[in-house]
Design a protein around this ligand. Structure first.
Ligand SMILES: [Zn+2]
Length: 426
């Protein structure tokens, strides 16, 4: 289906479309791909035809990230999630490794083309088209990051500009020289470029960039972070969700009323993380339908989401996740017994324009974890900002989180930000 026809198709037609794709996927994978064949046989599936309807699909076992890590450790370097002989694969990438051992992933030409097609939805959702020049300030290395986004921009007919191997100032100069109109990077890095520009006296709003797309962290879905990027760059900033293991599955439309899930290329389920039964709010479980060479089927993303009950006014019928990704279940902190996502803290910190960067320190105090927020302040009365932020955190989270000025410069990030630091109690 063409992008727009797929996005606005009646839900039952999309469901039939997904069922046909799933059947074809299972036909190709079963018997050929050792990882899935072993897993499904252990669960009682003997042949592809045993999958007769959605109930059978929902009985297939769930899959977690550690299974891929263990499989690759047992069968280095690529593991056994391979549907075809190795010579069919044309690219290798890996996860960022922010939460443990990186996972390698091989792509066939067909699965790489599929990635690009998925990114077309993301970029088009942000209003980016063939007339745009899209800049990617990203180190094009093994981490998959924005490689596929770059391919997606090309597939859309836009001009894709690689921004690897350069420092922040050089990147800003390249954007001006080449007339970039769109920016794709992590939210943290977009903010870091704002800071770099201010230090050098560059006004980013004169660059001519009109839209930005952000992934890798929940940032662009947090209103205060989005507002800061939009003010700094003079753009409309769009959120996007994707995972190396899965693909580029979530994106915003012009209404910016949460993330749409690309339901023509993915099967999305939301499950209560404890009972694993369908829920309106819970963990997002995804299946990709176009990466036959190395698929991920009923994969637990670890992302906490809430499904919107009303259709989006943009006309897309794809599932909509209210507030985007609400938090990563593995990132959740339990501070004094209260569940807190780091993204919730970021949403409050970023309301304070004087805070340049921050870090959440977590340390054990008796039986409970305690937290402290360290801030780097630009130019104004730091103590007053700390007091106001402390009050704002208490009001929003219902717990006391001390706020202090950082003694030294805090780290900046191009890729996934690591703003939570575990420390020994001082
Ligand atoms: Zn929409």
């Amino acid at each position: 289906m063409l992008d727009r026809a797929a996005e606005c198709a009646p839900p039952e037609r999309l469901r039939d479309h997904r069922w046909r794709r799933l059947r074809a996927l299972v036909q190709d994978v079963f018997g050929a791909n050792p990882f899935w064949s072993t897993k499904w046989r252990a669960a009682g599936l003997e042949r592809p035809d045993d999958l007769r309807g959605w109930d059978d699909f929902h009985r297939l076992p769930l899959t977690g990230k550690t299974e891929f890590v263990q499989d690759q450790a047992a069968h280095p370097p690529f593991g056994t999630n391979l549907t075809y002989p190795l010579e069919r694969y044309v690219r290798v990438h890996q996860t960022s490794g922010t939460s443990g051992q990186p996972i390698r992933w091989l792509e066939t030409q067909a699965s790489w083309d599929w990635w690009a097609q998925c990114w077309r939805f993301v970029l088009a959702g942000a209003g980016i088209g063939p007339a745009d020049r899209v800049y990617f300030p990203f180190s094009f290395g093994l981490f998959i990051g924005f490689w596929a986004g770059f391919e997606g921009a090309r597939a859309l007919g836009a001009l894709a500009i690689p921004g690897g191997g350069a420092d922040s100032l050089t990147r800003l100069e390249a954007m001006r020289a080449l007339g970039a109109t769109a920016l794709v990077c992590t939210p943290s890095y977009a903010l870091h470029l704002v800071e770099t520009a201010r230090e050098r006296g560059i006004d980013l709003t004169t660059l001519g960039v009109r839209a930005s797309v952000h992934a890798g962290e929940p940032g662009a879905g947090i209103p205060a972070v989005r507002a800061r990027i939009e003010a700094g760059w003079g753009v409309r900033a769009f959120d996007h969700a994707g995972v190396t293991v899965m693909g580029a599955y979530g994106y915003e439309c012009g209404e910016q009323a949460g993330l749409h899930v690309n339901e023509s290329e993915f099967i999305a389920e939301v499950l209560d993380p404890t009972t694993l039964t369908p829920a309106r709010e819970g963990e997002l479980v995804l299946t990709n339908l176009g990466r036959i060479g190395s698929p991920a089927i009923r994969y637990r993303t670890g992302d906490r989401v809430r499904v919107a009950e009303t259709p989006c006014s943009c006309g897309r019928t794809f599932m909509r996740l209210e507030g985007g990704i609400l938090g990563r279940l593995d990132d959740m902190l339990i501070i004094r017994g209260v569940n807190v996502f780091p993204s919730a803290i970021e949403g409050i910190v970023r309301r304070f324009p004087a805070v340049e960067e921050f870090q959440i320190e977590v340390f054990r105090a008796g039986e409970l974890d305690e937290a402290r927020v360290l801030v780097e302040i630009d130019g104004v009365d730091g103590a007053a900002v700390c007091t106001a932020l402390h009050e704002a955190l208490r009001g929003a989270l219902g717990i006391r989180v001390p706020v202090a000025l950082a003694a030294e410069k805090l780290p900046r990030f191009e890729l996934k930000a690591r703003r939570v630091a575990r420390r020994q109690p001082s």
